[in-house]
Design a protein around this ligand. Sequence first.
Ligand code: FAD
Ligand code: NAP
Length: 340
Amino acid sequence: MISIREQVDLKPFNTFGIAANARYFVTITSTDELRELMTTDIFKTTPHLIIGGGSNLLLTRDADCLVIQVAIKGIEPVHEDDTTVTVRAGAGEVWHDFVMHCVARNWGGVENLSLIPGTVGAAPMQNIGAYGVEVREVINTVEGIDLSTGELRTFSNEQCEFGYRESIFKHAMKGKIFISSITLTLTKKNHNFTTSYGAIQETLQHMGVTFPTIQTISEAVIRIRSQKLPDPRLLGNAGSFFKNPTIAEEQYETLKSEYASMPGYKTENQEVKIPAAWLIEQCGWKGKRVGRAGVHAFQPLVLVNADNATGEEIWSLAMNIQASVKEKFGVTLQPEVNVF
Ligand code: FAD
Ligand code: NAP
């Protein structure tokens, strides 16, 4: 039985910790509850905003709509053979708890994605990624309810149209599908470890690890993240505010001749990805505070709510950063965070 509340403060439901009112708010724990919601006048007459953990969301105004919080639970293997297990996870499961579930069972594929905040259902939205692994590498299917028909739809990996921090759910299917569960195929043996990225190798060495395992990689990632990233419970943030821009190789070479220390990573399409954090730091933003909003001192790609900032204040800071990077380097930073 669903219960629709009115005028709910969204501050506890977004990791930026922005105070904003939802006109209506409902928590959904099953697809039956969602279908029940779809019969109500409120659903039929009010625009809606789906939220999981609110860790990739910037609220710049009150949500004069129906906020639907996803809380569908459950983790169960649906197929298993000698080398792999395919597991279904409810969209409302906490992503990191799901990763820990897999790590504890020695299921490989998501260990590099340890400690990413948010829910399982949001993972395919932007094809979450960290330390050289993206969730698209293990997603088998994404299941969701079509919000215009109530029909349960299954998207194959290919149909999700995954890209760098992208999927069909951020584009053609935006706001149209309520993701209810996902299935992932993980390894039981012959694991494919990715340890060459960022500080993983170095951290494993510090830990005294010679032969990495799923557990030690996960532990290394947790250690690095805990040291470098602000805990949203202590300092409001939504992780990386911008995507890392990708530019043509020629443009990169031109910039590199002027800025010799500019890092760059070749992509599959022969373009070059530049860490947005480096660009932002070069523009003097690292650790800077502007009114009640700020730029994190260790990781300038993370904007923070320093002291009860409004979403508009954080957005204004983001736009100033975007403008200064454009002016200095001619590169346009695109927000990764979903702005409402
Ligand atoms: P929300 O913020 O609640 O929602 C995000 C978007 O998805 C919204 O548009 C929402 O409408 C939509 N949505 C959510 N659930 C559903 C659903 N079930 N059906 C349909 N639409 C839905 N991201 C990375 O990729 N890699 C990282 O390493 C990473 N590190 C982070 C570190 C920190 C400290 C923080 C705060 C964030 C980080 N993020 C990272 C961003 C964020 O954690 C992920 O994008 C995460 O998947 C968001 O999950 P969520 O449940 O909080 O989504
Ligand atoms: P980092 O290790 O300091 O690296 C800086 C940037 O360089 C990263 O953004 C990464 O791009 C890129 N990079 C580093 N090594 C690379 C390699 N070997 N090949 C290609 N690209 C490489 O980054 P960090 O800020 O500490 O973050 C570590 C990881 O966690 C990154 O993968 C990052 O994406 C992820 N993370 C994401 C969020 C978020 O909200 N989206 C927040 C925190 C951390 P990529 O970002 O493309 O990997």
